[in-house]
Each structure stands twice: as C-alpha cells, then as structure tokens.
Write a protein that binds this ligand. Structure first.
Ligand code: TMP
Length: 207
C-alpha cells in the first residue's frame, strides 16, 4: 500500500468529526491527496447499516448483532473505499475504525476480545491504521457537549459507566501500542488541540 491510513477515535463529544476537516485541510495544503470517511458508514451499504446501528428505536439489537453489523459495514468499506484509495497513494482519514469495536463492543458491551480479533483478522487481512489519534476527554464533559449538539442516538443513550469502560479500553490500547496511537487532550481549547494535532502530523512528516 502506497498511501497512509489515519484513524480518529474517542468517546462521545471529543470533537473528532470537526477536527477531521482541519486535518484534511492541513494535509491537502501540504500537497497530499486526502480522502475523508467514517465508520460505521463510508459506503452506500455501510451508511444503511449505520442507520440501523444508531437508530434508538432498535432497542432489541443483541451485542453479537451489533458487532457483526459493525464488521459487515467495515468489510464493504475496506474493499470498496479504503484499499483502493491507499493503493492510489492517498491519505485516508477515517472517523473511527476497529479500535472503536474493541472499545464499544468489547469494553462497553463486554464482548470477548478474541471474538473481535477473529473478525478483525478475517475482514482486514492485515490492514491496520498507520496512525491513530485518540481524542481523550472526561466522559461527563463529552456527553454534555454531545447532548448540546443533537438528539441522543442508540449509543449516546447508554449510562455513564458504559462510556467510562470505553474510555479505559481506548487508553489501555493506546498504552499497549504507543507507536501507532497518539493521545490528544481534547479538554484543551480548540486552538490548543489543533496545535497538538499539527505537531503530531509534522513529526510523521505528513505536513
Ligand atoms: P460517531 O458518533 O463517532 O459517528 O460513531 C457512531 C457510533 O458508533 C459511536 O457511538 C461509536 C459507535 N461505534 C461502535 O460502537 N463500534 C464501532 O466499531 C464503530 C466504528 C463505531
């Protein structure tokens, strides 16, 4: 693969979607060809799966169904969008990827990590993010921010302990893979967060 694969992660309200545009602009200005995408979603099929996953009326989804739908959307996304873009040498920036499955379905729901690993191996066939920016923030502050933004989706309706387990899982993964993960303090001002991101991208010689 000639390109570079960046994933953005974090609990709710950490601001990663807004910052994705900032990162995209920064890299485009440095002459990179950039593709912005998201999970679950990123393809026509994936966006339909996203609707099912986020619809708060779908109260009966089992944990296994949720996990399998995440990976069904991901399988389509990788083959249709991510791999072809990387093969063309693009920088792919994805709002959430497999770390979210470990954090939300593993940490949050309690699904066994070996199950997630099996799906990861099957669907990704060795594809991994080159860089993962983890936007870390106190869970209560994040939920307050997210609540102001829009009506709660199926995940945002969960209790606070769910998000605390997710945050712990993300931080543990970051600790175990310090080369790939960079933690951003998302409690800082927007300007300071942008500065942190710029320094990381410069360090990686992307801008
Ligand atoms: P978003 O709010 O960042 O757009 O993501 C949609 C929701 O999907 C968010 O609550 C996290 C959740 N999610 C998972 O639970 N597992 C996954 O693998 C992914 C990609 C997202």
């Amino acid at each position: 693969m000639k390109g570079f694969f960046i994933t953005l992660e974090g609990t709710e309200g950490a601001g990663k979607s807004t910052l994705m545009d900032f990162i995209g602009d920064l890299l485009s200005k440095s002459g990179k060809q950039v593709l912005l995408t998201r999970e679950p979603g990123g393809t026509k099929t994936g966006e339909k799966i996203r609707d099912i996953l986020l619809d708060s009326n779908n109260t009966g989804l089992t944990d296994d169904t949720e996990l399998l739908l995440m990976f069904a959307a991901r399988a389509q996304h990788i083959e249709e969008i991510i791999k072809p873009a990387l093969a063309l040498g693009k920088v792919v920036i994805c709002d959430r990827f497999t770390d979210a499955s470990y954090a939300y379905q593993g940490g949050g729901r309690g699904v066994d990590h070996t199950r997630i690993k099996q799906l990861e191996d099957w669907v990704q066939k060795g594809l991994q993010a080159d860089l993962t920016l983890l936007f870390d923030l106190d869970v209560e502050i994040g939920l307050r921010r997210a609540g102001k933004r829009s009506e709660a989706d199926r995940f945002e309706q969960e209790e606070i302990g769910f998000f605390q387990r997710i945050r712990s899982c993300y931080l543990e993964r970051a600790e175990n893979e310090p080369e790939r993960f960079k933690i951003i303090d998302a409690a800082k001002s927007f300007e300071e967060v942008k500065q942190q991101i710029t320094e990381i991208l410069q360090m990686k010689k992307l801008c």
